[in-house]
Design a binder for this molecule. Structure first.
Ligand code: HBI
Ligand code: FE
Length: 278
């Protein structure tokens, strides 16, 4: 494959696993233990299966060398260390080549309950277990390729919304019940409960075009959650060429997160009582 115009590889750094302190390993263990309890009946089965297949509990922060020895044979994905959020173009290139960028830093004890930027716990605990699921693994690569096609040609905000409302905050139906697959929820104890049990948010059936119209909040629980029946639904939606959708959205108003659209197949109508983090 020809060298990418931008160079995603230049963002990859050594994880330097031996440099993590004991207290950093302990933060991982505390976050892991707490989340594991919260997610027992809330996370989708493919996530819990991935968590045990990769043995992420271990003795603390996972060493990517050992993690990739387990992950790569399963779906061809590997985790690469990056300093933090990277530019969209490089992000898409890494996903398109089955490399998931994970921040190597871990949050401080003072940030235990909430951190703005994705740290290694959000990226590895939240995102990586589902990369062991073949269909979701295909979806993530297809998403990266969709980003490469759009980059430079279309506004990326519709794609960012797709990532946000699926990969980060998506819900999935499992044996008739709603379960979590979005990493932003899976790495947050409070939102793991809120997303499934609060009466406040709307929950509607996944619809790609509608979802691409919907704004999102980055610093609080979501006002709306989109529900899929299976990962193949996501994968199929991403195989299509988005160009006609981008054009159809050009003169259609954006929806705010707490707005419903008349076409929505609503699962639960929210009462919007939750007014945000204090
Ligand atoms: N970079 N490391 C990292 N992790 C992300 O999740 C990430 C990113 N850059 C861009 C980005 N996400 C979003 O813009 C996606 O919606 C594309
Ligand atoms: Fe994330």
């Amino acid at each position: 494959m020809d060298k990418q115009a931008n160079d995603a590889d230049s963002w990859i750094i050594d994880q330097k696993w031996e440099d993590y302190s004991q207290s950093e390993h302990e933060i991982w263990l505390r976050l892991y233990e707490r989340q594991f309890t919260v997610l027992q009946n809330r996370a989708c089965k493919p996530f819990l299966d991935g968590l045990s297949a990769l043995d992420l509990h271990g003795a603390g922060i996972p060493n990517f060398v050992q993690l990739n020895q387990k992950l790569k044979p399963l779906t061809g994905w590997e985790v690469v260390a990056v300093p933090g959020l990277i530019p969209d173009a490089e992000f898409f290139d890494l996903l398109a080549s089955r490399r998931f960028p994970a921040g190597r830093f871990i949050r401080k004890p003072s940030e235990f309950d909430y951190i703005e930027a994705p740290d290694i716990f959000h990226d590895v605990y939240g995102h990586v277990p589902l990369l062991t699921n073949p269909v979701f693994a295909d979806y993530m690569q297809a998403y990266g390729k969709g980003g490469q096609r759009a980059y430079g040609n279309f506004d990326l905000k519709q794609l960012a919304r797709l990532y946000w409302y699926s990969v980060e905050f998506g819900l999935i139906r499992e044996n008739g019940e709603l379960k979590i697959y979005g990493a932003g929820i899976l790495s947050s104890p409070a939102e793991s409960v809120f997303s499934l049990e609060s009466l406040s948010p709307n929950r509607v059936e996944f619809d790609l075009t509608r979802l691409m119209r919907t704004n999102y909040k980055i610093d609080d629980f979501q006002d709306i959650y989109f529900v899929i029946d299976n990962f193949d639904e996501l994968f199929q939606a991403t195989l299509q060429d988005f160009t006609p959708i981008y054009h159809s959205l050009e003169n259609v108003p954006t929806l705010s997160p707490n707005e419903l659209d008349p076409q929505d197949k609503v699962i639960t109508y929210g009462n919007h009582e939750y007014l945000g983090h204090p």
